[in-house]
Design a protein around this ligand. Sequence first.
Ligand SMILES: Cc1cc2nc3c(=O)[nH]c(=O)nc-3n(C[C@H](O)[C@H](O)[C@H](O)COP(=O)(O)O)c2cc1C
Length: 437
Amino acid sequence: MTQDRQDRQSQDQRQSPGRSSRKRAEPRRIVVAVSAGIAAYKVPELVRELTRAGHAVRCVLTPRATHFVSPLVLETLTGHPASSSLFGTATPGSSDTTAAEIDHIALADWAELVIVAPATADLLARMTAGMADDLVTAVLLATRAPVLVAPAMNVNMWEHPATRANLETLRARGVRTVGPDAGELACGWEGQGRMSEPVAIAAAASLALGSDSLSGEVVLVTAGGTREPIDAVRSLTNRSSGRMGFAVAAEAARRGATVVLVAGATALPTPPGVRRVDVGSALEMRDAVLAELPDATLVVKAAAVADFRPANPQDRKIKKESLAEGGGIQLELVPNPDILAEVCRLTKEQGSHRVIVGFAAESHDVIESARRKIARKGCHLLVANDVSRSDAGFDVDTNAVHFVSPDGEVEDLPLLSKDEVAAHLLDRVAKIRDGLR
Ligand SMILES: Cc1cc2nc3c(=O)[nH]c(=O)nc-3n(C[C@H](O)[C@H](O)[C@H](O)COP(=O)(O)O)c2cc1C
Protein backbone atom coordinates (compact mmCIF):
# COMPACT_ATOMS: atom_id res chain seq x y z
CA MET A 1 0.00 0.00 0.00
CA THR A 2 1.34 3.47 -0.80
CA GLN A 3 2.24 5.89 1.96
CA ASP A 4 -0.56 8.18 0.78
CA ARG A 5 -3.22 5.46 0.97
CA GLN A 6 -1.98 4.37 4.40
CA ASP A 7 -2.26 7.98 5.56
CA ARG A 8 -5.81 8.34 4.29
CA GLN A 9 -6.80 5.02 5.85
CA SER A 10 -5.25 5.83 9.22
CA GLN A 11 -6.92 9.25 9.13
CA ASP A 12 -10.25 7.59 8.44
CA GLN A 13 -9.73 5.11 11.25
CA ARG A 14 -8.90 7.86 13.75
CA GLN A 15 -11.88 9.99 12.76
CA SER A 16 -14.84 8.58 14.68
CA PRO A 17 -18.19 9.08 12.93
CA GLY A 18 -20.02 12.22 13.94
CA ARG A 19 -17.00 13.61 15.79
CA SER A 20 -16.80 16.58 13.46
CA SER A 21 -19.62 18.16 11.53
CA ARG A 22 -17.05 20.12 9.49
CA LYS A 23 -16.89 19.42 5.76
CA ARG A 24 -13.82 17.26 5.09
CA ALA A 25 -11.41 18.49 2.48
CA GLU A 26 -9.60 16.21 0.02
CA PRO A 27 -6.91 14.63 2.26
CA ARG A 28 -3.51 16.22 1.61
CA ARG A 29 -0.04 15.64 3.08
CA ILE A 30 1.08 18.51 5.30
CA VAL A 31 4.28 18.97 7.30
CA VAL A 32 3.94 21.39 10.20
CA ALA A 33 7.37 22.80 11.13
CA VAL A 34 7.53 24.40 14.55
CA SER A 35 10.16 26.93 15.68
CA ALA A 36 10.94 28.31 19.13
CA GLY A 37 8.36 31.03 19.67
CA ILE A 38 5.90 31.37 22.49
CA ALA A 39 3.02 30.91 20.00
CA ALA A 40 4.07 27.26 19.64
CA TYR A 41 1.46 26.58 22.32
CA LYS A 42 -1.16 27.07 19.57
CA VAL A 43 0.36 24.39 17.29
CA PRO A 44 -1.61 21.45 18.78
CA GLU A 45 -4.79 23.37 17.93
CA LEU A 46 -3.51 23.97 14.38
CA VAL A 47 -2.72 20.26 14.01
CA ARG A 48 -6.24 19.40 15.20
CA GLU A 49 -7.73 21.82 12.66
CA LEU A 50 -5.76 20.15 9.87
CA THR A 51 -6.45 16.55 10.92
CA ARG A 52 -10.15 17.32 11.44
CA ALA A 53 -10.23 18.55 7.85
CA GLY A 54 -8.98 15.07 6.89
CA HIS A 55 -5.35 15.93 6.12
CA ALA A 56 -2.37 13.70 6.91
CA VAL A 57 -0.05 15.72 9.15
CA ARG A 58 3.55 15.24 10.29
CA CYS A 59 5.30 17.58 12.71
CA VAL A 60 8.96 18.53 12.93
CA LEU A 61 10.44 20.93 15.44
CA THR A 62 13.60 22.96 15.81
CA PRO A 63 15.57 21.70 18.84
CA ARG A 64 14.67 24.92 20.69
CA ALA A 65 10.97 24.60 19.88
CA THR A 66 10.80 21.57 22.17
CA HIS A 67 11.03 24.06 25.09
CA PHE A 68 7.70 25.52 24.00
CA VAL A 69 5.60 22.55 22.91
CA SER A 70 5.93 18.89 23.75
CA PRO A 71 6.69 16.60 20.79
CA LEU A 72 4.64 13.98 22.65
CA VAL A 73 1.49 16.11 22.26
CA LEU A 74 2.12 16.47 18.52
CA GLU A 75 2.88 12.74 18.17
CA THR A 76 -0.35 11.88 19.93
CA LEU A 77 -2.40 14.21 17.76
CA THR A 78 -0.85 13.08 14.47
CA GLY A 79 -0.19 9.45 15.34
CA HIS A 80 3.35 9.85 13.98
CA PRO A 81 6.79 10.78 15.34
CA ALA A 82 7.41 14.49 15.86
CA SER A 83 11.16 14.84 15.60
CA SER A 84 13.52 17.70 16.33
CA SER A 85 16.73 16.04 15.26
CA LEU A 86 18.40 15.56 11.90
CA PHE A 87 20.26 12.58 13.31
CA GLY A 88 18.13 9.83 14.82
CA THR A 89 14.47 9.16 15.71
CA ALA A 90 12.03 7.65 13.26
CA THR A 91 11.17 7.25 9.60
CA PRO A 92 8.19 9.27 8.32
CA GLY A 93 5.10 7.15 8.19
CA SER A 94 6.37 4.79 10.86
CA SER A 95 4.56 4.78 14.18
CA ASP A 96 7.67 3.39 15.81
CA THR A 97 9.35 6.38 17.48
CA THR A 98 12.39 4.29 18.32
CA ALA A 99 13.24 3.56 14.69
CA ALA A 100 16.55 4.68 13.28
CA GLU A 101 16.32 8.15 11.75
CA ILE A 102 13.94 10.59 10.16
CA ASP A 103 14.82 10.99 6.52
CA HIS A 104 14.51 14.72 5.94
CA ILE A 105 14.58 14.26 2.16
CA ALA A 106 11.78 11.66 2.25
CA LEU A 107 9.72 13.97 4.46
CA ALA A 108 10.43 16.96 2.16
CA ASP A 109 9.33 14.86 -0.84
CA TRP A 110 6.27 13.50 0.98
CA ALA A 111 4.90 16.97 1.77
CA GLU A 112 2.32 18.64 -0.45
CA LEU A 113 2.60 21.69 1.79
CA VAL A 114 4.96 22.77 4.57
CA ILE A 115 3.50 25.12 7.17
CA VAL A 116 5.99 26.91 9.45
CA ALA A 117 4.13 27.88 12.60
CA PRO A 118 5.22 29.78 14.50
CA ALA A 119 7.99 31.15 12.28
CA THR A 120 10.50 32.92 14.52
CA ALA A 121 12.64 35.82 13.31
CA ASP A 122 15.59 33.48 13.63
CA LEU A 123 14.04 30.76 11.48
CA LEU A 124 13.03 33.29 8.78
CA ALA A 125 16.67 34.45 8.69
CA ARG A 126 17.95 30.89 8.37
CA MET A 127 15.41 30.11 5.62
CA THR A 128 16.48 33.25 3.74
CA ALA A 129 20.12 32.24 3.98
CA GLY A 130 19.32 28.74 2.70
CA MET A 131 20.67 27.03 5.79
CA ALA A 132 20.02 23.38 6.60
CA ASP A 133 21.48 23.15 10.08
CA ASP A 134 18.55 21.37 11.73
CA LEU A 135 15.69 19.11 10.71
CA VAL A 136 13.25 21.99 10.04
CA THR A 137 15.59 24.00 7.80
CA ALA A 138 16.80 20.84 6.03
CA VAL A 139 13.20 19.90 5.16
CA LEU A 140 12.46 23.47 4.06
CA LEU A 141 15.51 23.60 1.79
CA ALA A 142 14.84 20.18 0.27
CA THR A 143 11.12 20.43 -0.36
CA ARG A 144 9.54 21.42 -3.66
CA ALA A 145 6.15 21.79 -1.98
CA PRO A 146 4.69 25.25 -1.38
CA VAL A 147 5.70 26.76 1.95
CA LEU A 148 3.37 28.80 4.16
CA VAL A 149 4.91 30.71 7.08
CA ALA A 150 3.01 32.10 10.07
CA PRO A 151 5.43 34.58 11.67
CA ALA A 152 5.14 35.38 15.37
CA MET A 153 7.44 37.65 17.32
CA ASN A 154 7.87 40.85 19.27
CA VAL A 155 6.71 43.89 17.27
CA ASN A 156 10.22 45.38 17.17
CA MET A 157 11.68 42.14 15.85
CA TRP A 158 8.90 42.11 13.23
CA GLU A 159 9.59 45.69 12.17
CA HIS A 160 13.38 45.30 12.12
CA PRO A 161 14.80 45.95 8.63
CA ALA A 162 16.53 42.55 8.70
CA THR A 163 13.21 40.72 9.24
CA ARG A 164 11.48 42.91 6.63
CA ALA A 165 14.21 42.15 4.07
CA ASN A 166 14.11 38.42 4.88
CA LEU A 167 10.34 38.31 4.39
CA GLU A 168 10.65 40.22 1.14
CA THR A 169 13.22 37.72 -0.18
CA LEU A 170 11.18 34.72 0.92
CA ARG A 171 8.00 36.10 -0.67
CA ALA A 172 9.86 36.77 -3.91
CA ARG A 173 10.83 33.08 -3.86
CA GLY A 174 7.17 32.14 -3.61
CA VAL A 175 6.91 31.54 0.15
CA ARG A 176 3.41 32.46 1.34
CA THR A 177 2.67 34.22 4.59
CA VAL A 178 -0.29 34.35 6.93
CA GLY A 179 -0.30 37.07 9.58
CA PRO A 180 1.06 38.14 11.94
CA ASP A 181 -1.94 39.80 13.55
CA ALA A 182 -1.82 42.96 15.63
CA GLY A 183 -2.71 43.04 19.33
CA GLU A 184 -1.33 42.41 22.78
CA LEU A 185 1.87 40.35 22.58
CA ALA A 186 3.13 37.77 25.05
CA CYS A 187 6.24 39.91 25.61
CA GLY A 188 4.09 42.74 26.99
CA TRP A 189 4.29 44.96 23.89
CA GLU A 190 1.30 45.93 21.73
CA GLY A 191 1.51 45.78 17.94
CA GLN A 192 1.90 43.43 15.01
CA GLY A 193 3.52 40.11 15.88
CA ARG A 194 0.82 37.73 17.14
CA MET A 195 0.69 34.47 15.24
CA SER A 196 -2.55 34.14 13.26
CA GLU A 197 -5.20 31.95 14.83
CA PRO A 198 -5.01 28.24 13.90
CA VAL A 199 -8.28 28.46 11.96
CA ALA A 200 -6.85 31.29 9.82
CA ILE A 201 -3.64 29.32 9.20
CA ALA A 202 -5.69 26.26 8.21
CA ALA A 203 -7.69 28.44 5.77
CA ALA A 204 -4.47 29.85 4.27
CA ALA A 205 -3.21 26.26 4.00
CA SER A 206 -6.26 25.30 1.93
CA LEU A 207 -5.55 28.21 -0.40
CA ALA A 208 -1.86 27.30 -0.62
CA LEU A 209 -2.65 23.65 -1.37
CA GLY A 210 -4.84 24.67 -4.26
CA SER A 211 -6.51 21.89 -6.17
CA ASP A 212 -6.45 20.40 -9.63
CA SER A 213 -9.42 22.58 -10.56
CA LEU A 214 -7.58 23.99 -13.59
CA SER A 215 -6.17 20.71 -14.85
CA GLY A 216 -6.53 20.56 -18.65
CA GLU A 217 -6.66 24.35 -18.95
CA VAL A 218 -4.03 26.44 -20.74
CA VAL A 219 -3.72 29.72 -18.87
CA LEU A 220 -2.12 32.72 -20.56
CA VAL A 221 -1.06 35.39 -18.05
CA THR A 222 0.55 38.75 -18.75
CA ALA A 223 2.46 40.60 -16.03
CA GLY A 224 4.72 43.57 -15.41
CA GLY A 225 5.02 46.94 -17.06
CA THR A 226 6.02 47.50 -20.66
CA ARG A 227 9.09 49.52 -21.74
CA GLU A 228 8.48 51.91 -24.61
CA PRO A 229 11.81 52.89 -26.18
CA ILE A 230 12.74 56.54 -26.61
CA ASP A 231 16.21 55.76 -27.94
CA ALA A 232 18.83 53.01 -27.66
CA VAL A 233 19.09 53.34 -23.85
CA ARG A 234 16.03 55.22 -22.59
CA SER A 235 12.42 54.15 -22.29
CA LEU A 236 9.04 55.10 -20.84
CA THR A 237 7.75 52.60 -18.30
CA ASN A 238 5.60 52.43 -15.16
CA ARG A 239 5.82 51.23 -11.55
CA SER A 240 4.27 47.80 -12.05
CA SER A 241 6.38 45.12 -10.31
CA GLY A 242 4.65 42.19 -12.01
CA ARG A 243 3.87 40.56 -8.65
CA MET A 244 0.12 40.26 -9.19
CA GLY A 245 0.45 38.51 -12.55
CA PHE A 246 3.26 36.27 -11.27
CA ALA A 247 1.04 35.28 -8.31
CA VAL A 248 -1.77 34.37 -10.73
CA ALA A 249 0.62 32.31 -12.88
CA ALA A 250 2.01 30.48 -9.84
CA GLU A 251 -1.46 29.73 -8.49
CA ALA A 252 -2.74 28.52 -11.87
CA ALA A 253 0.24 26.14 -12.10
CA ARG A 254 -0.49 24.86 -8.57
CA ARG A 255 -4.05 24.17 -9.70
CA GLY A 256 -2.82 21.93 -12.47
CA ALA A 257 -3.01 24.29 -15.48
CA THR A 258 -0.44 24.59 -18.25
CA VAL A 259 0.71 28.18 -17.77
CA VAL A 260 2.37 30.62 -20.15
CA LEU A 261 3.51 33.88 -18.58
CA VAL A 262 4.21 36.79 -20.90
CA ALA A 263 6.37 39.02 -18.70
CA GLY A 264 7.24 42.66 -19.20
CA ALA A 265 9.74 44.61 -17.12
CA THR A 266 10.17 42.75 -13.81
CA ALA A 267 12.94 41.31 -11.66
CA LEU A 268 10.84 38.41 -10.39
CA PRO A 269 11.90 34.76 -10.71
CA THR A 270 9.76 32.45 -12.85
CA PRO A 271 7.28 30.49 -10.70
CA PRO A 272 7.74 26.69 -10.71
CA GLY A 273 6.04 24.89 -13.59
CA VAL A 274 5.44 28.07 -15.61
CA ARG A 275 6.71 28.76 -19.16
CA ARG A 276 7.86 32.36 -19.43
CA VAL A 277 8.12 34.60 -22.49
CA ASP A 278 9.95 37.88 -21.84
CA VAL A 279 8.94 40.97 -23.78
CA GLY A 280 9.82 44.68 -23.71
CA SER A 281 7.35 47.00 -25.41
CA ALA A 282 3.57 46.84 -25.76
CA LEU A 283 4.00 45.88 -29.42
CA GLU A 284 6.19 42.92 -28.42
CA MET A 285 3.66 41.96 -25.75
CA ARG A 286 0.88 42.02 -28.34
CA ASP A 287 2.88 39.75 -30.69
CA ALA A 288 3.63 37.28 -27.87
CA VAL A 289 0.02 37.23 -26.64
CA LEU A 290 -1.42 36.70 -30.13
CA ALA A 291 1.11 33.90 -30.76
CA GLU A 292 0.05 32.08 -27.56
CA LEU A 293 -3.66 32.87 -27.78
CA PRO A 294 -4.86 30.00 -30.03
CA ASP A 295 -3.99 27.41 -27.34
CA ALA A 296 -5.18 29.47 -24.36
CA THR A 297 -8.43 28.50 -22.66
CA LEU A 298 -8.14 31.19 -19.95
CA VAL A 299 -6.48 34.59 -20.28
CA VAL A 300 -5.55 36.85 -17.35
CA LYS A 301 -4.15 40.19 -18.48
CA ALA A 302 -2.49 41.60 -15.38
CA ALA A 303 0.30 43.48 -17.21
CA ALA A 304 0.45 47.27 -17.01
CA VAL A 305 0.65 47.94 -20.73
CA ALA A 306 1.57 51.49 -21.71
CA ASP A 307 -1.30 53.26 -23.47
CA PHE A 308 1.17 55.36 -25.51
CA ARG A 309 4.64 54.96 -27.00
CA PRO A 310 7.12 57.42 -28.50
CA ALA A 311 6.25 57.85 -32.18
CA ASN A 312 9.85 57.87 -33.42
CA PRO A 313 12.20 55.87 -31.18
CA GLN A 314 15.82 56.50 -32.11
CA ASP A 315 18.16 53.57 -32.83
CA ARG A 316 21.07 55.41 -31.23
CA LYS A 317 21.36 57.22 -27.91
CA ILE A 318 20.23 60.84 -28.20
CA LYS A 319 23.31 62.89 -27.27
CA LYS A 320 22.90 65.88 -24.99
CA GLU A 321 25.43 67.74 -27.09
CA SER A 322 23.22 67.32 -30.17
CA LEU A 323 20.57 69.53 -28.54
CA ALA A 324 20.60 73.31 -28.53
CA GLU A 325 22.26 74.82 -25.40
CA GLY A 326 19.83 74.26 -22.45
CA GLY A 327 17.24 72.84 -24.86
CA GLY A 328 15.05 69.77 -24.30
CA ILE A 329 13.38 67.34 -26.64
CA GLN A 330 9.72 67.03 -27.58
CA LEU A 331 8.38 63.48 -27.49
CA GLU A 332 5.43 62.71 -29.70
CA LEU A 333 3.39 59.82 -28.29
CA VAL A 334 1.11 57.60 -30.33
CA PRO A 335 -1.47 55.13 -28.95
CA ASN A 336 -0.49 51.49 -28.43
CA PRO A 337 -2.81 48.71 -29.59
CA ASP A 338 -5.44 47.68 -27.03
CA ILE A 339 -4.36 44.05 -26.49
CA LEU A 340 -7.21 43.16 -24.12
CA ALA A 341 -9.86 44.45 -26.54
CA GLU A 342 -8.18 42.57 -29.39
CA VAL A 343 -8.10 39.31 -27.41
CA CYS A 344 -11.80 39.74 -26.57
CA ARG A 345 -12.70 40.49 -30.21
CA LEU A 346 -10.75 37.50 -31.59
CA THR A 347 -12.25 35.17 -28.98
CA LYS A 348 -15.75 36.32 -29.87
CA GLU A 349 -15.11 35.96 -33.60
CA GLN A 350 -13.83 32.40 -33.05
CA GLY A 351 -16.94 31.55 -30.99
CA SER A 352 -14.54 30.30 -28.31
CA HIS A 353 -15.44 29.66 -24.66
CA ARG A 354 -12.13 31.17 -23.56
CA VAL A 355 -12.48 33.09 -20.27
CA ILE A 356 -10.85 36.53 -20.33
CA VAL A 357 -9.96 38.62 -17.29
CA GLY A 358 -8.65 42.18 -17.49
CA PHE A 359 -7.05 44.37 -14.84
CA ALA A 360 -7.59 48.08 -14.33
CA ALA A 361 -5.28 50.30 -12.28
CA GLU A 362 -7.16 53.43 -11.32
CA SER A 363 -6.15 56.33 -9.11
CA HIS A 364 -9.68 57.74 -8.67
CA ASP A 365 -13.28 56.93 -9.51
CA VAL A 366 -12.18 53.26 -9.40
CA ILE A 367 -15.48 51.39 -9.71
CA GLU A 368 -17.15 53.63 -12.28
CA SER A 369 -14.00 53.63 -14.46
CA ALA A 370 -13.87 49.83 -14.20
CA ARG A 371 -17.55 49.50 -15.18
CA ARG A 372 -16.96 51.66 -18.25
CA LYS A 373 -13.81 49.69 -19.11
CA ILE A 374 -15.44 46.23 -18.94
CA ALA A 375 -18.33 47.47 -21.10
CA ARG A 376 -15.81 48.76 -23.69
CA LYS A 377 -13.55 45.70 -23.74
CA GLY A 378 -16.02 42.83 -23.52
CA CYS A 379 -14.09 40.60 -21.09
CA HIS A 380 -15.72 38.29 -18.51
CA LEU A 381 -14.29 39.95 -15.40
CA LEU A 382 -12.35 43.09 -14.60
CA VAL A 383 -10.11 43.30 -11.54
CA ALA A 384 -9.98 46.92 -10.45
CA ASN A 385 -7.36 48.19 -8.04
CA ASP A 386 -6.88 51.59 -6.50
CA VAL A 387 -3.25 52.48 -7.15
CA SER A 388 -3.52 55.64 -5.04
CA ARG A 389 -3.45 53.44 -1.88
CA SER A 390 0.00 52.84 -0.42
CA ASP A 391 -0.89 49.24 0.57
CA ALA A 392 -2.38 48.16 -2.77
CA GLY A 393 -1.60 48.13 -6.47
CA PHE A 394 1.90 48.79 -7.75
CA ASP A 395 5.05 47.45 -6.14
CA VAL A 396 3.62 46.16 -2.83
CA ASP A 397 2.87 42.61 -1.64
CA THR A 398 -0.76 43.31 -0.83
CA ASN A 399 -3.73 44.30 -2.93
CA ALA A 400 -7.29 45.47 -2.28
CA VAL A 401 -9.26 44.71 -5.42
CA HIS A 402 -12.82 44.77 -6.68
CA PHE A 403 -14.13 42.15 -9.09
CA VAL A 404 -16.37 43.91 -11.61
CA SER A 405 -18.71 41.81 -13.77
CA PRO A 406 -20.03 42.72 -17.23
CA ASP A 407 -23.44 43.54 -15.69
CA GLY A 408 -21.71 46.10 -13.42
CA GLU A 409 -22.00 43.95 -10.27
CA VAL A 410 -19.06 44.47 -7.89
CA GLU A 411 -17.44 42.13 -5.35
CA ASP A 412 -15.10 43.94 -2.94
CA LEU A 413 -12.23 41.90 -1.54
CA PRO A 414 -10.46 42.99 1.68
CA LEU A 415 -6.75 43.83 1.78
CA LEU A 416 -5.06 40.51 0.98
CA SER A 417 -1.68 39.26 -0.10
CA LYS A 418 -1.35 39.08 -3.88
CA ASP A 419 -1.20 35.26 -3.55
CA GLU A 420 -4.57 35.29 -1.83
CA VAL A 421 -6.03 37.65 -4.45
CA ALA A 422 -4.75 35.24 -7.13
CA ALA A 423 -6.47 32.31 -5.40
CA HIS A 424 -9.79 34.17 -5.13
CA LEU A 425 -9.48 35.29 -8.74
CA LEU A 426 -8.93 31.75 -10.03
CA ASP A 427 -11.86 30.46 -7.95
CA ARG A 428 -13.99 33.07 -9.68
CA VAL A 429 -12.53 32.25 -13.12
CA ALA A 430 -13.34 28.54 -12.61
CA LYS A 431 -16.96 29.47 -11.84
CA ILE A 432 -17.21 31.64 -14.97
CA ARG A 433 -15.71 28.78 -17.02
CA ASP A 434 -18.21 26.28 -15.58
CA GLY A 435 -21.04 28.65 -16.52
CA LEU A 436 -19.81 28.96 -20.12
CA ARG A 437 -19.20 25.26 -20.89
C1 LIG B 1 10.43 32.77 26.35
C2 LIG B 1 10.89 33.04 24.96
C3 LIG B 1 9.97 33.38 23.99
C4 LIG B 1 10.37 33.66 22.69
N1 LIG B 1 9.43 33.97 21.75
C5 LIG B 1 9.82 34.26 20.51
C6 LIG B 1 8.87 34.61 19.51
O1 LIG B 1 7.66 34.67 19.77
N2 LIG B 1 9.32 34.89 18.26
C7 LIG B 1 10.63 34.85 17.93
O2 LIG B 1 10.96 35.15 16.77
N3 LIG B 1 11.56 34.49 18.84
C8 LIG B 1 11.19 34.22 20.10
N4 LIG B 1 12.13 33.85 21.03
C9 LIG B 1 13.54 33.76 20.61
C10 LIG B 1 13.80 32.44 19.89
O3 LIG B 1 13.46 31.36 20.72
C11 LIG B 1 15.26 32.37 19.49
O4 LIG B 1 15.52 33.35 18.48
C12 LIG B 1 15.66 31.01 19.00
O5 LIG B 1 17.00 31.05 18.60
C13 LIG B 1 14.82 30.55 17.84
O6 LIG B 1 15.22 29.25 17.55
P1 LIG B 1 14.72 28.42 16.27
O7 LIG B 1 14.70 29.37 15.12
O8 LIG B 1 15.73 27.37 16.10
O9 LIG B 1 13.40 27.84 16.57
C14 LIG B 1 11.74 33.57 22.34
C15 LIG B 1 12.67 33.19 23.31
C16 LIG B 1 12.25 32.94 24.59
C17 LIG B 1 13.27 32.52 25.62
